[in-house]
Design a protein around this ligand. Structure first.
Ligand code: ADP
Ligand code: ASP
Ligand code: MG
Length: 404
């Protein structure tokens, strides 16, 4: 007997027929003699609709009320799945975040899970009852519902698996695993049998939506065995695991992209001590995440300084820079039509030339690189957004990742 947490994403619970299909998958695990807790997302499109209602009511709205509204999508699907399971003769009960409870901090709309008290669920699982938990939501210290940021049901599932000491956390989605790159863009993308926690963490944080970044952090910390698989097929999925479980390590395991980027260039900043501090301290104080930074060499006593931040933060970032900049500069240029493309692989630690292959593949396609950043296991470049698909395909081929 194993204890399993199964998570079903928005497409997997997209209508009543799909929820019935999910119920059959849950029943199959129960019939194998396993203990099961299930985490569900809202039906696909529902969270977007709810977010849109909030924005239409007021572009800048109270985050507590946003949470009260957007958390409702998951409550509907948890109740519906519980009914579908009962119809199959499986004992099931739905759980909202506050009922377990899933305790979070007070960062409404992007809360972090602090603790899950799973004792009651464990007791009921032992009696054969399936807990159907509403993903994405928790209970804040102000006794109000919180949500965990978009894609947060993945994090609910992994955190619940850790709290219940589950043997496995199965994330069912609309693709049958983690691919070398987004299979919706690159048709020759290959499914990976296994990927290390570290690589998955980079892939997620660099834009691969398949798992929320925090869910991978949580899995890595608590050593939860996460498997990504499809709710629409029985194909084997991808296991996220420790490096030593992977025998054949690829130089590059995956390529990710993020359209959530904006580029800001300060033109002709006077080149003197304190420039970086003068620009980036106020941005940090305003909670704006700066990602890539480049500064040109100085000519005529001035330099151009470029940085990137989240597209949604661009207007705020500009205001902060303009209001706080004490060092003279000529103008500020911005560009929202950029994409960050990253190649990721633990093999890079011990091999030279990975970045070179990237630069050459892009150059061969006439794609200009605007900003570069690297870390131990990844190289990222910022390019014009219109070249996203071309760049992904060229890199996929250049690193020998194409499915044969
Ligand atoms: P869910 O609603 O099940 O949580 P998501 O839409 O959040 O599903 O995540 C699944 C999607 O992630 C896929 O449809 C795919 O387009 C996208 N994706 C991006 N990069 C990858 C990748 N490397 N491997 C698999 N899927 C990816
Ligand atoms: N329903 C939420 C979202 O769309 C959470 C999730 O699906 O993981 O972001
Ligand atoms: Mg998701």
């Amino acid at each position: 007997m194993a204890r399993i947490v199964q998570k079903f994403g928005g497409t997997s619970v997209g209508d009543l027929a799909r929820i019935r299909n999910v119920a059959l998958r849950v029943k199959a695990e129960i019939d194998r003699g396993n203990e099961v807790a299930v985490v569900v997302s809202a039906m696909s499109g529902v969270t977007n609709q709810l977010v849109d209602y909030c924005t239409q009511m007021a572009p800048l709205h109270d985050a507590r009320e946003y949470d009260a509204i957007v958390a409702t999508g998951e409550q509907v699907t948890s109740g519906l799945l519980a009914i579908a399971l009962q119809e199959l003769g499986v004992q099931a009960r739905s759980w909202a975040g506050w009922q377990i409870p899933i305790i979070t901090d007070d960062a409404h709309s992007r809360a972090r899970i602090a603790e899950i008290r799973g004792a009651e669920i464990i007791r009921r699982m032992a009696e054969g009852q399936v807990a159907v938990v509403a993903g994405f939501q928790g209970l804040g210290p102000d006794n109000r519902v919180t949500t965990l940021g978009r894609g947060g049901s993945d994090t609910t599932a992994v955190a619940l698996a850790a709290a219940l000491k589950a043997d496995r956390c199965d994330i069912y989605t609309d693709v049958d695993g983690v691919y070398t790159t987004d299979p919706r863009i690159v048709k020759s993308a290959r499914k990976l049998d296994k990927i290390t926690y570290e690589e998955m963490l980079e892939m997620a944080s660099l834009g691969a939506k398949v798992l929320q970044t925090r869910s991978v952090e949580m899995a890595m910390k608590h050593r939860v065995r996460v498997q990504v698989l499809s709710s629409f097929s029985d194909a084997p999925g991808t296991l996220v695991c420790d490096e030593d479980e992977i025998v054949e390590k690829e130089l590059v395991s995956g390529i990710a992209y993020s359209r959530d980027e904006a580029k800001v260039t300060l033109v002709a900043v006077s080149d003197q001590p304190g420039i970086a501090a003068g620009i980036f301290s106020p941005l940090a104080d305003a909670n704006i995440n700066v990602d890539m930074i480049v500064q040109n060499t100085s000519h005529d006593g001035t330099t151009d300084l470029t940085f990137t931040c989240g597209r949604a933060d661009l207007e705020r970032a500009l205001k902060v820079v303009k209001d706080n900049m004490k060092i003279p500069f000529k103008t500020i240029n911005t560009d929202k039509s950029v994409v960050k493309v990253s190649v990721i692989g633990v093999g890079m630690r011990s091999h030279a030339g990975v970045a070179q292959t990237m630069f050459k593949a892009l150059a061969d396609k006439g794609i200009n690189i605007q900003v570069i950043s690297t870390s131990e296991i990844k190289v990222s470049v910022l390019i014009a957004e219109e070249y996203t698909e071309l760049a992904l395909r060229a890199l996929h081929t250049a690193y020998g990742l194409d499915a044969s």
